[in-house]
Ligand binder design. Structure first.
Ligand SMILES: Cc1cc2nc3c(=O)[nH]c(=O)nc-3n(C[C@H](O)[C@H](O)[C@H](O)COP(=O)(O)O)c2cc1C
Length: 383
């Protein structure tokens, strides 16, 4: 009996292997494309395709730096899979004809054309010689927010100079040390280049345990132990006129503490599953906040990232009250095509958000709510 149960469990598991990119025919479409040659950009149809394209072009260690997750990569996989465990509840006979007009939103009072943004990711130069310049330009052309990473391949000044116009808004991510003199100089530099907010990464108290990356000899950009406390947050806030937004909140407890400590926004993230394995996806954290302290979504702005690859993923986060959704790897991969690839991802995701919202029966994206999702999780492995 026991062995037959084990057999059933193992066949159920075997029936649904983890798929980094669910099969939609890309292998067949580009079969025979010589290694190193990119597919024609116009033939890419969705965000997962850019992972395929980047693998084709980037060398193994550079691609691995982008792709890797911590330890057994359970969080990396869960970030991607969690979205399909919650079913949508589409409503019909609804006027959805103006859905596209409702995509624009504000983030900390700045206007953008869509409720998603480019998450801060280090070393854009691994994908393209223009590095972060492609990301700034693509974001500017698509009028979405780009959060630039401190560990960029270009200088902060070079990145700011690539803005498509003077009204393009960038936020600057930072890793901070205990050296307040260095921090003061960094804040002054960020203000001088005109960034509108500081995104302070708080989920990387220590080096990430990255097996896949270690195998290919690539190290994290930030590997030291860091001291960050709410006491320090107050000192830091007094050192700049810019809002400082903690990135990497992973529990409702810390979300509440952040509100008590006067933040304007929080950013839910497990760093794309790259830091501490078996941490929850931001969708699960948003759900925890929704269940235990839903007022937080009204008190401050909440951003979230991790595993977002489709329009419907964005909608599930917005449905809980998240204001804007970050996308990391797909934009980094798209930069193998430079700014054109980045812009293409903006366009594809905008289109998917709009058509998925319409098919969900949401006529106005600002009015999406939790009723559009069945929050009883379906166990994707055994159902
Ligand atoms: C190549 C790469 C570099 C990253 N570098 C940083 C970084 O410098 N600072 C940071 O706060 N997060 C960093 N992240 C995490 C992203 O900001 C974001 O949380 C994550 O990529 C979201 O998951 P996704 O890639 O599945 O969209 C990095 C992620 C990747 C893939």
């Amino acid at each position: 009996m026991r062995s037959s149960l084990l057999f059933m469990a193992s066949t159920a598991l075997a029936a649904r292997p983890f798929l980094n990119e669910p099969d939609t025919g890309i292998d067949e479409q580009f079969a025979g494309l010589p290694n190193g040659t990119l597919p024609d950009l116009s033939k890419l149809v969705g965000l997962p395709d850019f992972d395929w394209a980047a693998r084709q072009k980037m060398n193994e260690s550079a691609y691995t730096y982008y792709r890797n997750g911590a330890a057994g990569e359970w969080s990396y996989r869960n970030n991607l899979e969690v979205f399909q465990r919650f079913r949508l509840r589409p409503r019909v006979m609804v006027d959805i004809t103006k859905i596209e007009e409702s995509l624009p939103t504000t983030i900390l009072g700045h206007n953008f054309s869509a409720p998603f943004f480019i998450a801060p990711c280090a070393r854009a130069g691994y994908a393209h010689e223009d590095g972060e310049l492609g990301l700034v330009k693509g974001a500017g052309q698509g009028n979405i927010l780009y959060m630039t990473s401190l560990y960029a391949s270009k200088t902060l000044e070079e990145i700011a100079a690539a803005k498509v116009n003077s009204s393009q808004v960038l936020f600057q991510q930072v890793y901070l040390t205990e050296n307040m003199t260095e921090t003061q100089a960094l804040f002054a530099q960020i203000e001088a280049i005109g960034s509108k907010a500081i995104i302070m990464t708080v989920d990387s108290a220590a080096d990430g345990n990255r097996h896949r990356a270690a195998r290919f000899g690539v190290k994290s950009a930030d590997s030291s132990y860091s001291l960050l406390t709410w006491d320090m947050y107050h000192k830091l806030s007094n050192m700049t006129s810019l809002p400082i937004i903690p990135k990497g909140i992973q529990t409702v407890d810390d979300a509440k503490l952040a509100v008590e400590n006067g933040v304007k926004a929080i950013y839910l993230s497990n760093h794309g599953g790259r830091q501490l394995d078996t941490t929850p996806s931001s969708l699960e954290v948003a759900l925890e906040i929704y269940n235990e302290a839903p007022e937080i979504f009204q008190q401050i702005e909440v951003y979230a990232d991790g595993g977002v690859r489709y329009g419907a993923d964005v909608l599930k986060l917005l449905a809980l009250g998240v204001r804007a959704v970050g996308v990391g790897r797909p934009f980094m991969y798209s930069n193998v095509y430079g700014a054109e690839g980045v812009k293409k991802v903006v366009d594809l995701l905008k289109y998917e958000v709009a058509i998925d919202a319409a098919n969900l029966g949401v006529g106005d994206l600002k009015k999406i709510g939790s009723k559009y999702v069945d929050w009883r999780s379906v166990n994707g492995w055994f159902s």
